[in-house]
Design a protein around this ligand. Structure first.
Ligand SMILES: [Mg+2]
Length: 253
């Protein structure tokens, strides 16, 4: 069994925050259905490529491969984990196969995204369960790569020989450890509720980017307990960010 690559610890050595950084909000942004809208074509492309990757790797019919990959996604938060754990596939090779399509023509996002990110004060880090090459390609296409201090992708989420993507609490703790700032200074901005729940469990603040195409996005028990702010765009986050500092004010959208 060969996991994807290195851990976060190896790729981002812990260093004490500078005096300025110690005061700054750290925005952890998810990628898919948070910074761009996957419902316009990317999810369909990933779905197709992922299905073909599972089918060809395991010599299955497409229908059987579909059932299997969905069960792994639901169980582990990422199909690749099931493929590594149960079939011993090479994670890096599988991730390349499952994202083997032209990204740029399929990327859609709100207008003025770069301008809005620039106005959002604080450090920005991308934290995605997608592969690094895909994440960088999407950010480059959107023209926003330079806004991010670093890109943490599934390639960096291996701990003790196992892939631990979001919503792993071990991962979230390691993220916090790398950042070397108090948890309350860190905000996870994300469309997947179970990831927000983990972030809150270790004391981060949370912004739910509501997207109707995200699985289980509209109904999730106890959401109000761990979502500080609910928006449907980065523009709304920018407008409503001050509510994050006011306890009790949870919904903006
Ligand atoms: Mg997402």
């Amino acid at each position: 069994m060969r996991p994807a690559a290195a851990s976060l610890a190896a790729s981002y050595p812990r260093r004490p925050a500078s005096r300025a950084q110690a005061q700054e909000t750290v925005w952890l942004f998810d990628l898919d259905n948070t910074l761009h809208d996957c419902s316009k074509g990317i999810f369909k492309a990933i779905d197709g490529a992922m299905g073909r990757a599972v089918a060809s790797t395991l010599a299955l019919e497409v229908e059987a491969a579909d059932v299997l990959r969905k069960s792994y996604w639901q169980r582990y938060g990422a199909t690749v984990i099931g493929m590594v754990r149960h079939h011993g596939v090479d994670a890096r090779h599988f991730l390349a196969l499952s994202h083997d399509f032209q990204v740029a023509p399929l990327v859609h996002a709100e207008t003025g995204l770069g301008r809005k990110l620039k106005r959002l004060k604080g450090r920005k880090i991308l934290l995605t369960n997608a592969p690094l090459f895909y994440a960088r390609e999407v950010l480059k296409t959107l023209g926003i790569l330079h806004h991010f201090e670093c890109v943490w992708a599934i390639d960096h989420m291996t701990m003790q020989g196992r892939m631990r993507p979001k919503p792993s609490l071990a991962l979230m703790r390691q993220v916090l450890n790398r950042l070397a700032v108090p948890a309350r200074q860190v905000v996870l901005v994300e469309d997947t509720l179970r990831n927000l729940k983990s972030a809150r469990q270790i004391g981060m603040r949370t912004v739910h980017v509501f997207h109707p195409e995200t699985p289980f996005s509209s109904t999730h028990r106890g959401r109000s307990q761990y979502v500080d702010l609910r928006v449907n765009s980065v523009g709304q986050l920018l407008a409503g960010r001050r509510a994050l500092h006011k306890p009790g004010n949870r919904d903006h959208a």
